[in-house]
Design a protein around this ligand. Sequence first.
Ligand code: SF4
Length: 638
Amino acid sequence: MNERVREKLERLPRAPGVYVMRAAGGSTLYVGKASDLRSRVRSYFTPGTADARFFVSRLAADLDDLETIVTADEREALLLENSLIKQLRPRYNVRLRDDKDYLSIRLDERPPWPRLELVRRPQPDGARYFGPFANARAAREAVRVVQRLFRLRPCRDSVFRGRSRPCLLHQLGRCDGPCVLPVDPAAYRTAVRRAAALLEGRRDSVLAELRDEMKSAAAALDFERAARLRDQLAAVDRAAWGEPQRVVEVSDVDRDVVGLHRDGPVALAVVLEVRAGRLVAVRDYPLADLDLPDPELLAGLLAQRYAAAATPPDEILLPFPAPASDVLEAFLSARRGRRVRVLVPRRGRGRRLLALARDNAEQRFLLDARDRQSAAAQVEALGRALHLRRPPRTIECVDVSHWGGEAGTTVAAIAAMLDGRLDKSRYRRFRLRGDHRGDDYAAMREVLLRRFERARSGDPRWTAPDLLVVDGGRGQLAVARAVLADLGIPDVALAAIAKPHDPPDDRPAPSETTAPSSPEAAAVLDAVYLAGRKNPLRLRPGSPALRLLARLRDETHRLAVSFQGSARRKHRLTDRLADIPGIGPATRRRLLRAFGSVARLARASADEIAAVEGVTAAQARAVARELARGPGPDEPPP
Ligand code: SF4
């Protein structure tokens, strides 16, 4: 398990919600819901967990990142979980779960004789929906009990319309037979209203109403009716099918709901993306060094969010009015090509969604604040541990990756941190040009020369970091030192972090202050080499400084490996193109000029390839056939 996941596990909220587990590269492993996110998610990693599902034992190794979304209650979590499973197609959920929706109860009150029915997919059709029920049996039981209690007709519309006399249910006393008998429509409507109230969980108000009516009937000496109401009262009191159901909003209106939590100059905004009445995603926007009032802050956030990639939905719900909201609406409508409304709901479902957005903003802000505090403490600790003059605000780590020892198959990656947190805007990847053939030092030299020549040229996107960490030992450190000296770049502190499996003779005994407390701890110690110091440091396992370094090194390694994978795929395709009989260098150049890359060429059809000037139909078929074969067997591991 990597450092990021370990830290997130320590800070999970005690609240209902949904968790999303991701593998390296961003693919989704599993989506689940919980009434208490903290205890549920941590239970996966508790030794001796009773959860025997096959993937649980592999999670610690496969899991690369974890996201949680707080919801108002467990039912909201159920809906969100269901939406996210469909949207993200998690590897383990797909195999384990039925892909159907949960059951809901539909009640359309517009026809003269409404009935209850069970449905799997609520529609924006004007009917009311109750649920969803996680348990299908509970849903069926709820319909059965409520139908009987209020004598609502259970028959389908087609049966209802075709009757010439009441069915057996009338004789059994379960239905008044509105299909043909003169039933009082007002009384039936009252029964429907009470049925809906009971399904919503407003049992007390239904009981109070029935009690009042029973007393009135008794006072009017209508004892038969009073007795019937007494029985109904007792039955409502006994009725049970699980938790009360909330009314589901089914709508074809798409909404973004904005929540904000702020503490002085630091804030965090979230946007809940509600599509067709369902919460499908939560995006967060940490904001720092703020000098703006909240309304202007939100207006700026919206302008930036929708000016970039996101398409505005039908409605945007804000917790307070934005300045010049008519201008904002006009901008968003123009961006979308249809009207977009910016609203500040005061009641109803909109208000509840705003409360949910606010809760998520607060939750994420607190996590973020703890993260910032812990990151700042780790940076301080690292500065002290490495004997630096000041804590390193910017850190970069370099990793080189080879495979197969062939020329042109070496790549390198640089991951970066700002104030102890990963800073993706400074990530860099390099396809190395030299023929290094597994020569780590030469590869390291090339990547560092290319990276720091840009720093020396004054390019602001390539400013030198406070601390440069190289993945390796004394040799890599010496290369880095020489490159910086050659380029005349001062003020960059240097460290090399050697993996635990590096040769033991390269690793002296730990000092007393950092001595491992057990043989297992000794086995996983990393050695950190510093320029000008003969012996490496041994940072205590779990110490803030080592956690920071380990996280950055893990991230750099992940970046290098994923880049290596894409470079390898491209390399294989390029090789394959070069090997196709009848496709010479001139044709290859023509094809690559027309399609831009060999990957795009591989996705083209034979007809599209044949459309390139100078390429014959036979050549096009050969290229399409050869490149469409899919990737070849994996190259030997590096
Ligand atoms: S009596 Fe009529 S309305 Fe009642 S269930 Fe039978 S067919 Fe339907």
